[in-house]
Write a protein that binds this ligand. Structure first.
Ligand code: KIV
Length: 267
């Protein structure tokens, strides 16, 4: 078995300038494929609400809905480090609520770390979670659970004040014990300033190349679905290939060409 990626490896990777790779994963076969490809971190993101369950945002998703997905990913990951999101409404109220939700997710999913959104406003929750012995990954910049408060999907970190706010939020997360911080849809100079200010690694999505690592939603990365964010790249055409395979199957069955003799039990 390949050596498991552990929490201390990420800081070491930052120190030696090796980029960290992270992809979302929501199920067993996909997680197996990404684990085999050498992806360092698998994120069971709350983006599973819109990507897998058809919600129009991440807001309606519950912990109960997430757990079977997270458990499947954790079972598949031999080498990759698995991070599970806490969904909206499961950590904001108090440090106690955050610790209870994190423990529940860790126990029932088998994930190795928890991620939730926010900076200084949730630093007390982060401290309580890390004090409970749970590795924590932060998420700053555009935070989809606050999409309504942010006025939509808007780029973050603009201007001197925008950069300073992000740096202060990131430092608060580091101080509270976070081992990494995701920066989503942040202008490149702000992402670079945060990366420079922190000892822990930054993982960017739509934050330019100056972060310590990159994360993408796997469907965007693999060309599945109609959503093509400008910051992403399609490294394959998996959606088209699935349609091709299903069309071939439909045609073969209609033409009574499948199943053939070799697929048939005669006695
Ligand atoms: O839920 C998710 O997919 C995420 C990534 C966008 C980082 O949080």
């Amino acid at each position: 078995m390949t050596k498991k990626v552990r929490i201390h490896h990420f800081k070491e990777m930052k120190q030696r300038g090796e980029k960290i790779t992270m992809l979302t994963a929501y199920d067993y076969p996909t997680a197996k494929a990404f684990d085999a490809a050498g992806v360092d971190m698998l994120l069971v993101g709350d983006s599973l609400g819109d990507n897998m369950l058809g919600y129009d945002s991440t807001v309606p998703l519950t912990i109960d809905e997430m757990i079977p997905f997270a458990r499947a990913v954790a079972r598949a990951a031999e080498r990759s480090f698995v991070v599970a999101d806490l969904p909206f409404g499961t950590y904001e109220v108090s440090p106690e609520q955050a610790v209870e939700s994190s423990i529940r997710m860790m126990k029932l999913s088998g994930a190795q770390a928890i991620k939730f959104e926010g900076g200084r406003r949730i630093a007390r929750q982060v401290k309580a979670v890390t004090d409970a012995g749970i590795p924590f990954c932060g998420h700053l910049g555009f935070t989809p659970q606050s999409e309504n408060a942010l006025g939509g999907r808007r780029i973050q970190g603009r201007g001197e004040q925008g950069i300073q706010d992000l740096v202060d939020d990131a430092l608060a997360l580091q101080e509270a014990g976070a081992f990494a911080v995701v920066l989503e849809m942040v202008v490149a100079p702000a992402a670079e300033a945060v990366t420079k200010a922190l000892d822990i690694p930054t993982i960017g999505i739509g934050a330019g190349s100056g972060t310590d690592g990159q994360v993408l939603v796997w469907l965007d990365m693999a060309g599945v679905g109609d959503w093509h964010p400008r910051f992403s790249r399609q490294f394959g055409q998996v959606g088209a290939e699935m349609t091709n395979a299903a069309s071939g199957y439909v045609k073969a069955v209609k033409d009574v060409e499948f199943p053939a003799a070799e697929h048939t039990f005669d006695d």
